[in-house]
Design a protein around this ligand. Structure first.
Ligand code: ADP
Ligand code: SR1
Ligand code: MG
Length: 421
């Protein structure tokens, strides 16, 4: 792809060297030692190109958006402006939660290039760690901190109405990515669609059943409308386990190119739904040396701890900021402890049910929609893979339809455990 009038040109491992030499903010990160740079393209995500740049005196990661979806090809165009929203969200979320978001060093809007902190090995993508059966003892603590801080401080619980509307309008510009998500999460799995696929022929009947399930469609319509209409907080927009990099004691959230002001439950649900997918994939990774039973218990504990810690931290932020600038619940109206408690309980109950609904919808799309997850794709025996996927799909359908019957996260965990006994 050649340069275009707007100053954009796709980089490769060679041309990136010239780009770095011409960009002082990047060159200085390498101590201006620009000989013998090691540059490697490592993008294993679905959309973009990612280069790791290592020099004698420094390193960084370069991410470039091209005007199409990488895993499909040029036949599925996608605005490269997404890089602007990713850089903006990284900076805003990074400001609110610096311990869990990589620092942005450089952003070039014309080139759709982000330069950011290189999360060095042993950091790996969480999804890969879950497939390998690795426990991360601080994961729930860290991710709940990230979600509580980013969601609370970008909501009307903290913002004035004017601040909130201004921020919402800025991220409305990310409409093409929102439209994409609405299509691949809330529409395509429920109809015949060009790119849908599943483990065929095993799941042919299951995919058809999703397309014929009126009760499911009724619930999905409600979630789709919330996704399109509810500007509750600046959400990451794609917070699956492939968007988190981890070590034993570090948790870093990357890749917020789908960020916009949307429902908080979409982020929390994405994370928990992907942990549930990881849980149901474990039987496909079990072998004679490791039945994965202990690991499955750890995943369930992490699901429970993540929600419970999120609940604790989010409500603590609410209490600490009660007399702050947030205009959602004015102290002049919600002025007694009993009413304050009622308001908080209702907010958290609704958020819990949104979380379960969105989490379930995100599970379904990964089994019968366009983009699947490595948790299942790496199970080579198609029959075993299909059994794991069917269990996950059936659970997701129940969760989506009956989400309001669950009062606490331990009830969700018990429902998963019952399926295994
Ligand atoms: P996409 O937008 O295509 O999904 P990602 O942001 O998920 O791209 O990045 C793709 C891959 O690049 C990740 O899976 C990870 O291996 C690597 N990567 C991305 N950002 C970093 C980073 N800051 N440090 C180290 N590796 C990274
Ligand atoms: C073709 S769909 C690609 C998917 O990858 C990203 O992670 C988003 O979830 C998107 O829907
Ligand atoms: Mg990604």
């Amino acid at each position: 792809m050649a340069s275009t009038d707007d100053g954009f040109r796709p980089l490769d491992e060679k041309s990136l060297i010239e780009y770095i030499k011409a960009t002082p903010s990047l060159a200085s990160k390498l101590g201006n030692h620009l000989d013998d740079l090691q540059i490697k393209e490592v993008g294993d995500g679905n959309l973009n190109f990612v280069y790791i740049v290592v020099g004698k005196s420094g390193s960084f990661v370069i991410k470039q958006a091209l005007p199409y979806i990488r895993c499909i090809g040029e036949s599925w165009p996608m605005t490269k402006e997404r890089a602007y929203f990713e850089a903006t969200a990284l900076k805003q979320h990074g400001h609110l939660c610096p311990d869990h978001v990589p620092e942005v060093y450089h952003f070039d809007r014309a080139m759709c290039v982000i330069g950011m902190h290189y999360l060095e090995p042993p950091h790996i993508i969480l999804r890969k760690g879950l497939i390998a059966g690795i426990e991360y003892p601080l994961l729930a603590e860290h991710i709940s901190e990230y979600m509580a801080r980013t969601l609370f401080f970008t909501s009307l619980l903290h913002h004035t109405t004017t601040e909130h509307k201004r921020a919402v309008s800025e991220f409305c510009g990310n409409m093409e990515l929102c439209r994409h998500t609405a299509q691949v999460v809330f529409s395509d799995p429920y109809k015949v669609s060009q790119y849908n696929h599943w483990t065929s022929p095993y799941l042919d009947r299951d995919a058809e059943a999703v397309r014929e399930d009126n009760a499911l469609k009724l619930e999905v319509a409600e979630l789709k409308s919330m996704f399109g209409e509810r500007a509750q907080a600046l959400i990451h927009g794609d917070l699956h386990t492939g968007s988190v990099m981890v070590t034993h004691d570090s948790t870093q959230v990357i890749d917020p190119e789908f960020a916009y002001y949307g429902p908080m439950g979409f982020d929390i649900g994405a994370f928990l739904g992907n942990l549930i997918l990881a849980f149901f994939a474990q039987d496909g990774h079990a072998n004679q040396g490791n039945d994965r039973k202990t690991y499955k218990d750890w995943i369930l504990r992490t699901i429970e701890d993540t929600w419970n810690l999120f609940h604790k931290k989010f409500t603590a932020l609410w209490d600490e900021n009660r007399d702050g600038s947030g205009e959602a619940y004015l102290p002049a109206i919600y002025n007694n402890p009993e009413l304050q408690l009622l308001v908080k309980q209702k907010f958290m109950k609704d958020l819990f049910h949104d979380t379960l609904g969105f989490g379930a919808a995100k599970m379904i799309r990964r089994i019968v929609g366009v983009a699947h997850v490595e948790d299942f794709e790496s199970i080579t025996d198609a029959g075993i893979r299909a059994d794991c996927e069917r269990q996950a799909l059936n659970f997701a359908k129940v969760l989506l339809k009956k989400r309001r019957e669950f009062q606490a996260i331990n009830e969700v965990v018990s429902a998963i455990q019952k399926l295994q006994s």
